[in-house]
Write a protein that binds this ligand. Structure first.
Ligand code: TEU
Length: 551
């Protein structure tokens, strides 16, 4: 059993290092850039930082293709910069969570270099090699061992000419999947966790960790509109996943925070993964609520039904049992929430209303860099403004399906991961105070509106509201530890949420629409609101959120 569960009342801030702050003018954010912003993080009041990968990487998937699990990419700084970062965080009472990408390595990782040298290489079995489909000519289209589609498009198998076999890559061909059936692989990965604990880190966010146990039969999946098969039922939450996770927990001990990123989990899976009695991981990122506004693929948008969103959140709140949710609207893979579930015309109000809903739920809220400033989507008009492999592949696939360039970019722009990855605006200047050079992705055209300098001293800013919201969670055990009593949609667009703790009850009324709404409230003391509260409680302005302590 855990002794210290600090993360239950914590708020965690995600840093995507290449877009946070650039200290050396190369246009790419780095560790010294983060060191320069530690007081900003402390002022925000967050308890921990989750740092997206800073390991050596050729960058096929912006660092999620790791070539050395124990190093720091010189792009981001030196070993001593890392030590200084961790010391600076700890000095401010902020913990550090590293991102570990253990489902796959980079093709440049020495393990893969060795494994691909020959069929009888000592490390051959560290990856998932298979022969061509029986009766097919290896290397020819359709000869892949099965029909699984890669998450970034195209077949999930890459033919390796030199040794005449295929390797599995659920993401890009530059990200070969590791073979977790091999105990040496697992032992080595466990050593990596212990290495970083030795460097002083406090926890790990485990990238697509529920993909590491594959169904050993590798069956074909159901064929979708792309002509390829859906392998999810066979690679996600596979037969040995709980055993593998328990093994990783055993390697780090009970007090290290483990966060699973787990696409495709149901709430029942989530309960098993995060059940404290089982002790596998402490919390979990699931994907159901960020799939409610798309069809078969993320490039097929459909309007969000608020009732569906509220019902989905409610289910994850109530059915996770003794488990624990990681709460998020955004991260480096998701578009900006104001453009997605809010209204850019009311960017301040909708940013703060959505934040209120998320931060009043039971679980650990995550703030993705720039979310606390109210940042909106970029509004991409050309693929030249994007760099993400997923967006660029999707753009080409849409063109080859007969869409015009204008139609294709219109489908990609609202959901491209680049929306989250454009640099943070620290001020309104042309470089946004992000770099003295040329930023690796374009700066936001509206950085005059949402930048840290403009918001820092403005009591009505989104940033100031996030500070109050985070402080409220720390001050109010009903929010951090209490149970969820009610989460419901009142009328078409007001969310009512009630949290009950020992000796106190907190209620929130949140208008998630751009029209005024009438509500009936039981009354209480206002502890937080993003807009002036009407004297009679009865009217909520567009995107108004009111948090009350019940009498
Ligand atoms: O993402 C896992 C994942 O399946 C999705 O979030 C996916 O990246 C995308 O959003 C689908 O539209 C993790 C990382 O967060 C992501 O950045 C990596 O690209 C991916 O794993 C591979 O490591």
């Amino acid at each position: 059993m855990r002794t210290d569960q600090w993360w239950r009342s914590a708020v965690i801030y995600q840093i995507y290092p290449r877009s946070f702050a650039d200290s050396d003018g190369d246009g790419i954010g780095d560790l010294r850039g983060i060191i320069g912003k530690l007081d900003y993080l402390a002022d925000l009041g967050i308890d921990a930082v989750w740092l997206s990968p800073v390991y050596p990487s050729p960058g096929a998937d912006a660092g999620y293709d790791v070539a050395d699990y124990r190093g720091i990419d010189p792009l981001f700084g030196t070993e001593s910069d890392f030590d200084e970062l961790i010391a600076g965080l700890h000095a401010r009472g902020i913990r550090l969570v590293m991102d570990v990408v253990f489902n796959h390595t980079s093709i440049e990782h020495p393990w893969f270099v060795e494994a691909s040298a020959s069929r009888d290489a000592a490390k051959r079995d560290w990856y998932l090699w298979r022969d061509a489909r029986p009766g097919c000519v290896a290397g020819q289209p359709g000869a892949e061992p099965n029909n699984w589609e890669s998450i970034f498009g195209g077949p999930a198998w890459t033919f390796h000419e030199a040794t005449g076999q295929y390797y599995l890559n659920l993401f890009t061909p530059e990200q070969p999947d590791l073979n977790w059936e091999n105990p040496l692989v697992r032992a080595e990965l466990a050593e990596v966790l212990r290495f970083w604990l030795g460097r002083g880190v406090d926890g790990f966010r485990m990238d697509v960790i529920n993909f590491v146990s594959k169904d050993p039969r590798y069956p074909d999946g159901r064929v979708g509109s792309s002509g390829l098969g859906d392998g999810y039922p066979y690679f996600s939450n596979g037969p040995r996943i709980h055993e593998f996770l328990a093994e990783m927990r055993g390697a780090v001990g009970p007090d290290v925070l483990l966060i699973a990123e787990a696409p495709g989990v149901t709430v029942r899976d989530g309960e098993l993964y995060t059940d404290p009695a089982r002790g596998e991981v402490d919390m979990l990122f699931q994907f159901e609520h960020v799939g409610l506004d798309s069809g078969e693929t993320k490039w097929d948008p459909r309007p969000l039904q608020l009732a569906e969103l509220v019902e989905n959140l409610r289910r994850w709140q109530l059915e996770i049992g003794d488990g624990w949710n990681a709460l998020y609207w955004s991260n480096h893979d998701q578009p900006r929430v104001v453009s997605r579930f809010g209204d850019p015309a009311y960017w301040r109000e909708s940013a703060t209303a959505l934040a209120t809903l998320l931060h009043l739920l039971r679980g650990t809220p995550f703030v993705y860099q720039g979310e606390e400033l109210g940042t909106t989507n970029f509004g991409f008009t050309s693929p030249d403004q994007c760099q993400d492999i997923e967006a660029l592949n999707a753009y080409s696939a849409l063109l080859s399906r007969g869409l015009t360039p204008a139609e294709a970019i219109a489908r990609v722009a609202p959901v491209s991961r680049d929306n989250a990855r454009i640099p943070i605006a620290w001020d309104a200047s042309p470089s946004g105070g992000f770099t003295t050079g040329t930023a690796w992705l374009p700066l936001h055209p509206e950085r005059g509106l949402f930048n840290a300098a403009a918001e820092a001293d403005d009591p009505n800013s989104v940033l100031a509201y996030y500070r109050r919201l985070i402080a409220l969670r720390h001050a109010e055990p009903a929010i951090s530890l209490g149970r969820l009593d009610t989460l419901e949609l009142v009328g078409d667009s007001v969310v009512r949420l009630v949290r009950v703790g020992e000796g106190s009850t907190i209620e929130a009324l949140i208008n998630l629409s751009s029209t005024p709404q009438q509500v009936a409230a039981d009354g209480g003391t206002v502890v937080l609101s993003n807009l002036p509260v009407s004297a009679d409680w009865l009217s909520l302005a567009p995107w108004q959120a009111v948090v009350l302590r019940r009498l």
